[in-house]
Design a protein around this ligand. Structure first.
Ligand code: PMP
Length: 397
C-alpha cells in the first residue's frame, strides 16, 4: 500500500459518488436528447446535476453551468470563446505568468491568431502583482484570466481585488478555480466572476468531466460545434454518468469543504514543520500563510527533485516534483522561475499534496524517511559544500 501524497495530480472518486453514478452507466443509460420516458429521465438527471453544481458555487442560475470534458476544455471555452466573441472590441488578453499549462498554451495559440497577451508577473511567493496588473490594461483589453490559486506552489491569489479591477475597467474576468475548489468555498455572487472553470476530479468526482460557469449575460463563442447540446456552447452527447457523479461530488464537497480544509491545514502544517526542522537547507516554496490548506511545496539545496521522488518511490511514498501536468518535460517549473528561483533551485523541488483520505500515518512516513534520503543524495552530490558533508559525517560518527 502506498503512502499517497499527490492529490494535486489525481484524487480518488468518493465511494458515495461511485454508487450514485453506477445506475447511469447500465440502467438509466438513455440519451437526454431522446423523446421517450428514458430520455426524460436522463434530462431530469442532467437538470438536477446542473442545479447541484450551481449550488456548489452559489450561482443563482443553473443555466450558467455548461458541462464540459474537464478543466482543460473549460479553459479553452472560456478564453478562446471570449476572445473570439469579443474580437471586435479588442484583441488584448491578460493572464499571469504562473497559470496552468493549459492556459499558457491557449495564450500562445491566441497569439498565433493575432491576439496580444500580457503576462502579469508574480512576487517571490507566487502572488500576482496587482500594481503591475493595473498597468497592463489598455482600451483593447477584453479578458483577464487568473486562477484562484497556484496549482503548483499553492499561493492564493487576490481574486476579489482582481475582480474589482476587471469590473472597474469593464473587462471580462475568468478564473480557473480547480486548485482551490476542494478547500475554499467559491461564491459567484460575492465575487462577480464572469467565467469560472471547475473540475470534477478535483472534488473527488470522476475524471473527464468539468464545467464552465458563465455569468448571466456573458457570451462566448462555442469551440466544439455539433448537435447544439449545452445551449449550443458545447455540442456532443452529454456524459450523464460523469455529470451525475460530478454533481454528487459537488453536493458532498459543499457540505464538507470547511471540515476538510481545517483537517488538511493541520496535517499540512505538521508536514511543513517536520520537514523544515529536520532537514538543513530546506525551504518552503510559496507563501507561508496565504496558501492552499493541502499544499506543501519544498526545495532542497544541492539535489534534484527527480532523484528524491524515485528514492521515495522505493519507500512507497508517492509525491511529485513541480507540476504533474508538465512533469514529462525536463524544463524547470515556469512558476518557480517566475518567482525568481534559479534553475538549479527550481530543480530541487518536491510537492506534497494532501486530500480527503490522507491520514497522519502517511505524512509521518514522509517525515520519517525523507531526512535520510536527502542526506544520502547530498553525500553523493558534487554540489554539496564540504562543511555540510562534514556535518553529516559527524552525526554518523
Ligand atoms: N487547471 C488546473 C489548475 C489544473 O490543476 C488542471 C489539472 N488538474 C487543469 C486545469 C486541467 O485539468 P484536466 O486535465 O482535467 O483537463
Amino acid at each position: 500500500m502506498s503512502f499517497y501524497l499527490d492529490y494535486q495530480a489525481a484524487k480518488p472518486v468518493d465511494v458515495r459518488v461511485v454508487s450514485e453514478m453506477t445506475m447511469y452507466l447500465n440502467q438509466k443509460f438513455a440519451n437526454p436528447s431522446s423523446l421517450h420516458c428514458e430520455g426524460d429521465e436522463a434530462t431530469d438527471a442532467l437538470s438536477d446535476s446542473r442545479q447541484k453544481v450551481a449550488d456548489f458555487i452559489n450561482s443563482p442560475n443553473p443555466d450558467s453551468i455548461i458541462f464540459t470534458s474537464g478543466a482543460t476544455e473549460s479553459n479553452n471555452l472560456a478564453i478562446i470563446g471570449a476572445a473570439m466573441r469579443n474580437q471586435k472590441k479588442g484583441n488584448h488578453i491578460i493572464i499571469s505568468e504562473i497559470e496552468h499549462i493549459s492556459i499558457l498554451n491557449i495564450a500562445k495559440y491566441l497569439e498565433r491568431q493575432g491576439f496580444k497577451v500580457s503576462r502579469v508577473p508574480v512576487d517571490q511567493y507566487g502572488i500576482v502583482r496587482l500594481d503591475k496588473l493595473a498597468r497592463l490594461i489598455t482600451d483593447k483589453t477584453i479578458l483577464i484570466s487568473i486562477s484562484t490559486a497556484s496549482n503548483e506552489v499553492g499561493s492564493l491569489q487576490p481574486i476579489g481585488k482582481i475582480s474589482d479591477i476587471a469590473t472597474k475597467n469593464n473587462i471580462l474576468f475568468h478564473t480557473d478555480a480547480v486548485a482551490s475548489e476542494s478547500v475554499i468555498p467559491l461564491d459567484v455572487q460575492e465575487i462577480p466572476f464572469d467565467l469560472v472553470t471547475l473540475s470534477s476530479n478535483d472534488i473527488y468526482g470522476p475524471r473527464g468531466v468539468g464545467a464552465l460557469y458563465l455569468k448571466k449575460g456573458v457570451r462566448v463563442n462555442p469551440i466544439i460545434i455539433g448537435g447544439g447540446q449545452e445551449r449550443g456552447l458545447r455540442s456532443g452527447s452529454e456524459n450523464v454518468p460523469g455529470i451525475v457523479g460530478f454533481a454528487k461530488a459537488a453536493e458532498i464537497m459543499k457540505a464538507e469543504i470547511n471540515n476538510d480544509a481545517e483537517r488538511l491545514k493541520i496535517l499540512r502544517d505538521k508536514v511543513i514543520k517536520g520537514i523544515l526542522e529536520s532537514i538543513p537547507k530546506s525551504y518552503l516554496n510559496g507563501h507561508p500563510e496565504l496558501r492552499l490548506p493541502y499544499n506543501a511545496h519544498f526545495r532542497f539545496d544541492y539535489i534534484e527533485g527527480e532523484s528524491l521522488i524515485l528514492s521515495l518511490k522505493d519507500e512507497n511514498v508517492a509525491v511529485a516534483t513541480g507540476s504533474a501536468c508538465s512533469s514529462k518535460t525536463l524544463e524547470p517549473s515556469h512558476t518557480l522561475i517566475a518567482m525568481g528561483l534559479l534553475h538549479e533551485e527550481a530543480h530541487g523541488s518536491l510537492v506534497v499534496t494532501l486530500g480527503r483520505y490522507t491520514q497522519e500515518k502517511d505524512i509521518d512516513k514522509l517525515i520519517e524517511v525523507l531526512p535520510n534520503i536527502v542526506k544520502r543524495l547530498r553525500l553523493l552530490s558534487p554540489l554539496t559544500p564540504p562543511d555540510l558533508i562534514k556535518k553529516y559525517n559527524e552525526v554518523n560518527e
